[in-house]
Write a protein that binds this ligand. Sequence first.
Ligand code: ACO
Length: 175
Amino acid sequence: QDVLPPGYVVRPLAKTDNQVRSNTSFLKTLEVLTTVGNISDEAFQNRFQYLQERNDQYYTIVIEDMNVPATSATSATSSTPYLVTPGRGKIVAAGTVFVERKFIHELGMVGHIEDIAVSADQQGKKLGLRIIQTLMAIGERVGCYKVILDCSEKNVPFYEKCGFERRGVEMSWYV
Ligand code: ACO
């Protein structure tokens, strides 16, 4: 029950996960959520570095499908961008838990789950559930007293299956 499909692995986001020319990219995976935009490799690296320097606050994980056959770099042309970097798989899901340090609850910590994404062709294989279970475990391990998230009405049944319950109301102010 608690295992991923064969050949799938969960791991932290890596600095090499920005392969903008291929569909293995972490950023590509996030496009099921919303607009990601045109992010240069340098901009990605800068953001990754920022998160690395705060790696007790930002935990971003991905699921990689290692079953994708490795193709050789020589088969890549500009008209047929290769699907995978040789020796590596394809990122199919991602998620983050952000750990907030509070004063209340005796300097308590709260985990905020953000940006959960499973590639469209990989949904329904329990990858979303695995991402959430992993982020909940991280939140618990680092000492959060609760883990919370905002979602659309449509995703409520998914999060209930993951063990969350409806609580409060989300309010937003868009600048
Ligand atoms: N309605 C009802 N049940 C659902 C739904 C849904 N919309 N989505 C999943 N489930 C159920 C599944 O049927 C499964 O139930 P089961 O255990 O009885 O079989 C269980 O929830 C687990 O489902 P998974 O297979 O793990 O779901 P999946 O891998 O498809 O991931 C997710 C769900 C993350 C919502 C995915 O569909 C996705 O990426 N959607 C687009 C982006 C998105 O909406 N992300 C969440 C934004 S909210 C946030 O980021 C905090």
